[in-house]
Design a protein around this ligand. Structure first.
Ligand SMILES: Nc1ncnc2c1ncn2[C@@H]1O[C@H](COP(=O)(O)OP(=O)(O)OP(=O)(O)O)[C@@H](O)[C@H]1O
Ligand code: SF4
Ligand SMILES: [Mg+2]
Length: 346
């Protein structure tokens, strides 16, 4: 396997400014705070986590739509974080993003041909209008849009079709990596699976690599080869997709998983339910030590609130950022009652 994208200790900190006359920085939002991960060519990396944990910021940082504070984003051997703007502009063709809200990202006054041709012209794809039109027609067919869509406008399409247009807009640029940010969250449940299936088909036929961002575990499950779970700007767990569902190791992942209903009634009756108490802390003022310690049912008297756990391999490529991962797995470390928020089991 070849690595197409490698993030090394990537950080995006947004300054918080105050003052009317004298603009001064009073703090930072630690939106992405040291993420390392690899996306292999031809595979799908699913990135999940609660709202505000930094998923979109991470995706935007790879495209340099936000400034990278520190760390590296190595794409096909080149560190994008250090690329001069002009070279970055050229690299953007190979890195495309599909957004959550297809209507918001499509100009209502442009017809589909014009929307899709714009990026092609900017990156010098297709010699002339005829060539571009032929390519656009081919891609529209691939994404399952009716012939004759070229001259129509975004509002004439359904939500699912608009997301297909968003995907087509990325594909006409012949990208290597597509970052799909909540690609189906705005769609009806019945349409979600169709769009996910389409992404999968396109991956196979066109050799694409995806970074799929979602807050919903069910969305990324089938499409992902590897899943990373984010909490307050950092990865807490990463494992092959099946494994993270069958054997979640980090307390936060276990809580997330326990919120997903299981179709089998017997399993459903006996499954573990962990209700997280306490609010999600602000990324402008993250907890010390393990960022999850204010909500972790397994929090221990030592290390948890003082020492930030590294994301480390606990065997077979399964990575966990928890000081007590082994003990929690074998049952020698149990949920605490004095220190930790109560572990609620229904
Ligand atoms: N341009 C910005 N300036 C300041 N803070 C920002 C900026 N963009 C995002 N943030 C903050 O960074 C944090 C992470 O935001 P981000 O949008 O990356 O989260 P997310 O995981 O994509 O959430 P969601 O699931 O709601 O889309 C949030 O606290 C957000 O308010
Ligand atoms: S390090 Fe401590 S607080 Fe953090 S997840 Fe592990 S047990 Fe919980
Ligand atoms: Mg987001």
């Amino acid at each position: 396997m070849t690595t197409l994208l490698e993030l090394k200790d990537l950080k995006v900190h947004f300054p918080v400014r105050k003052g009317i006359l004298f603009d001064r920085t009073v703090g930072h939002v630690y939106a992405v705070d040291g993420v390392s991960l690899s996306v292999e060519a031809g595979q799908t990396y699913g990135l999940v986590g609660e709202s505000g944990c930094g998923k979109t910021t991470l995706g935007r940082a790879v495209l340099r739509l936000v400034d990278i504070t520190d760390g590296a984003a190595v794409f096909d051997g080149t560190d994008l974080a250090r690329l001069p703007e002009e070279e970055m502009r050229r690299s953007r063709r190979r890195l495309q993003m599909v957004f959550q809200d297809p209507l918001g990202s499509l100009n209502p006054r442009q017809n589909i041909e014009s929307i899709l041709a714009e990026g092609m012209a900017a990156h010098g794809i297709g010699a002339d209008r005829e060539e571009r039109r032929a390519k656009i027609s081919e891609i529209l067919e691939r994404v399952g849009l009716p012939a004759g869509s070229l001259s129509r406008y975004p509002h004439e399409f359904s939500g699912g079709q608009r997301q297909r247009i968003g995907i087509a807009r990325a594909l006409v640029l012949e990208p290597d990596l597509i970052i799909c940010d909540e690609p189906v969250s705005a769609l009806d449940v019945s349409i979600q699976a169709q769009v996910i299936n389409l992404l999968e088909e396109l991956q196979e036929s066109m050799g694409l690599t995806y970074l799929v961002i979602a807050h919903d575990l069910a969305v990324v499950r089938h499409i992902s080869d590897v899943i990373g779970v984010m909490y307050l700007g950092a990865l807490v767990e990463e494992a092959p997709s099946d494994e993270i569902y069958s054997e979640p190791r980090h307390p936060y992942t276990r809580a997330l998983m326990s919120a997903v209903p299981v179709p089998d009634p017997d399993v459903e009756d006996s499954r573990e339910r962990i209700l997280l108490t306490g609010d999600l802390p602000s990324p402008a003022n993250p907890p010390t030590g393990c960022r999850f310690h204010t909500r972790c049912p397994w929090r221990q008297a030592t290390r948890c609130d003082t020492e930030r756990p590294e994301l480390r391999d606990v065997g077979g490529g399964h990575k966990v950022a928890c000081h007590w991962a082994e003990g929690i797995a074998d049952g020698t470390v149990t949920p605490t009652t004095e220190l930790a928020p109560t572990l609620l089991k229904e």
